[in-house]
Design a protein around this ligand. Sequence first.
Ligand code: KDG
Length: 305
Amino acid sequence: AFDILAFGEPLMEFAQLDDSRRHYLPGFGGDTSNVAIAAARLGAKTAVFTAVGDDAFGRDFLKLWDEEGVDRSSVITMAGERTGIYFISYGPDGHEFSYYRAGSAASLVRPSLLPLDLIGSSRVLHISGISQAISVEACDTCFAAVRHAREKGVAVSYDTNLRLRLWPLDRARAVINATAQLADIVLPGLDDARQLTGLDRPEDICDFYLKGGARIIALTLGKDGTMVAVPGERRLIAGRPVKAVDATGAGDTFDGAFLAAWLRSGDPFAAAAYGNAAAALSTLGHGAVAPMPRVADVAAFLAKG
Ligand code: KDG
């Protein structure tokens, strides 16, 4: 049995290293794979479910998950299909993603391929708005996975991760808000949440998701930290500023760290402090996965006070 099963698309990553646009660092991304790896580095027992292509990048992912101690025994290698890729470039507003992922193996996953036993025996099922945005089949598969998790009493964790390059706002809003109502833990970022709810204040956004039925909301506010809300209680958990190099994957690292810590202690407020620290550390290097911290890194950062 696993602490966390993450379902979504892994993406091979190429991160721009300087302004010349001549140097790109290869790495690994894909939000839910990132969550599984972040949580595994921080001590959780995690697994991923998805499909990869029968190409070099697909094999690289299988190797990565093995090296990171993330179970990938149910990942499908799809004959004749490809693994998606993305480039991170630096624009005036921070990082910008260019995707080459349409028709990828992960987008071809359909409900009949779901590993129901694996879902049913995990403590948390984690999916995101990106898991749903990549194709109609993937969206249907997410809903089927969530339904099965709920039937089996498995906690559903959901990162709204709005990506308007993948789907229009009206459809994203309909699907994401419906899914948030089925989730136990909702992990939105403030910019996403404002667009998805039409609300401005973090307090109101937390109330929106609590009224929808979630038990725990961890709304990340960037440098202002994280607002955590449970029925009857709401707290702002401050973050500590660092000199960020690349924020790609910081939200995913937060999710993984938050879930790992929450599963250990049951305390969502302490888990958010832990998540804030891990996410801050993950911005100190390029790309999503490489700079993710391990247990000792987070402990040392927290001890510095
Ligand atoms: O959160 C980081 C992810 O956005 C990145 O790894 C790529 O999964 C990705 C996506 O679809 O944007």
